[in-house]
Design a protein around this ligand. Structure first.
Ligand code: FAD
Ligand code: NDP
Length: 356
């Protein structure tokens, strides 16, 4: 099966690209994945409850509900959605080849252009009690969840020592009664400016050489977390601290495994795009969303970059179509010339212009 454009992924970036491309009558095919990267089709937002910062929904909207609506909008304009995971790609020549999961080596699909929107997943720590209180106090996105009432005027904890941890702790300090940052080593990894702002913040305490061991909380179903057992790795001292919110800022893993060696990536395996665009190092392959953005990682920024990828893919395809037509015309002309060339020295047959 051949498509003009194949989109790999199913989050806000993929569906925004699909909406734009299908409205441009490019009939995109979108592979939404079957629990790809351990996440249901629809992407990271399917793992959360209310999304309160996506414009257009003043009362907030459920993450899954938002993604269902995006999917329906993609379909409405003619996107073909296939519930399979793409497992392997060959971008060495065009048309590009892609292998959906469970197909044999010969059953690949092809596309003139590809948009990679496979997203990322927030790293978890696997603490005791983590599954039980996930989204009931534990979150991997302070900017997304920090403002909800359960965290207001409550003691909150951030784990991590990078720029995200610093940024999130200072963001949370607006809502919580105090914020404790747990850093496993003796130093922050965050940039010097962020680190000094964090350390000087009146509502933030940074505990170095400290790791979390267990999340504790209310016993009933959907009970909230109330505390965190922590340990100083230097002294071995353990304590149970009061905490009503726990925010992981220990990095993300972009879903880029199958593009290794094919698409240029940074040291953390995020796809490198030409700044301000969705262009990758392979002409005709574009990237959008969290897979190429370790800085903002929001639904709206992913959707925005999906739009950019669609517009750039459309432009690239139309320019190529132009090139193709030029090539085809050139070949036609060559043929005509060939027909007019004398064969074995004979004069070409003179064709009278019927209009004369
Ligand atoms: P993702 O949402 O990461 O989706 C990509 C999906 O593509 C994957 O999940 C998978 O289903 C599919 N896929 C992956 N590989 C393949 C493959 N090989 N073949 C086919 N399909 C594949 N942002 C906000 O703006 N507001 C919020 O309130 C908010 N809350 C959040 C809460 C949580 C718990 C989390 C984890 C994130 C939250 N975010 C929020 C961040 C937001 O979800 C992400 O920034 C956004 O979803 C990224 O979109 P994306 O299009 O890049 O891809
Ligand atoms: P980073 O990878 O930079 O930092 C992750 C942090 O989590 C590190 O301090 C790391 O500790 C810690 N960590 C990892 N695993 C564990 C674990 N199992 N237990 C405890 N701690 C752990 O990720 P970020 O998300 O902070 O940043 C990603 C990129 O985005 C960076 O390039 C950053 O500069 C950029 N960014 C920039 C911002 C800005 O400029 N304002 C804001 C946000 C991100 P350790 O140091 O010991 O390895």
């Amino acid at each position: 099966m051949h498509s003009i454009v194949i989109i790999i992924g199913s989050g806000p970036a993929a569906h925004t690209a699909a909406i734009y491309l299908s409205r441009a009558e490019l009939s995109p095919t979108l592979y939404e994945g079957m629990l790809a990267n351990g996440i249901a089709a629809g992407g990271q937002l399917t793992t959360t409850t209310d999304v309160e910062n996506y414009p257009g929904f003043p009362q907030g909207i459920g993450g899954t509900e938002l993604m269902d609506a995006m999917r329906a909008q993609s379909e409405r304009f003619g996107t073909k959605i296939i519930s399979e995971t793409i497992e392997k790609v060959d971008f060495s020549s065009r048309p590009f080849k892609l292998w959906p999961e469970y197909v044999d080596e010969g059953s690949f699909v092809t596309a003139d252009a590809v948009i990679i929107a496979t997203g990322a997943s927030a790293r978890r720590l696997g603490l005791k009690g983590e599954d039980r209180y996930w989204q009931n106090g534990i979150s991997a996105c302070a900017v997304c969840d920090g403002a909800v009432p359960i965290f207001r005027k409550k003691p909150l904890v951030v784990i991590g020592g990078g720029d995200s941890a610093a940024e999130e702790a200072m963001f949370l300090a607006k809502y919580g009664s105090r914020v404790t940052v747990l850093v496993r080593k003796g130093a922050l990894r965050a940039s010097r400016t962020m680190a000094s702002r964090l350390l000087a913040h009146p509502k933030v305490e940074v505990k170095f050489h400290t790791v979390a061991e267990e999340v504790v909380g209310e016993e009933q179903e959907n009970g909230l977390m109330t505390g965190l057992r922590i340990k100083n790795v230097e002294t071995g001292k353990e304590e149970l601290m009061e905490a009503n919110g726990l925010f992981y800022a220990v990095g993300h893993d972009p879903a880029t495994q199958m593009f290794k060696g094919v698409i240029d990536m940074d040291e953390e395996n995020y796809i490198l795009t030409k700044p301000g665009t969705s262009y990758t190092n392979v002409e005709g392959v574009f990237a959008a969303g969290d897979v190429q953005d370790k800085r903002y990682r929001q639904a709206i920024t992913s959707a925005g970059s999906g739009c950019i990828a669609a517009l750039e893919a459309e432009k690239w395809l139309s320019e190529r179509e132009g090139e193709n037509s030029a090539e085809v015309l050139e070949k036609e002309r060559e043929k005509e010339k060939g027909a007019e060339k004398p064969v074995n020295g004979e004069a070409p047959e003179y064709r009278q212009n019927p209009l004369l």
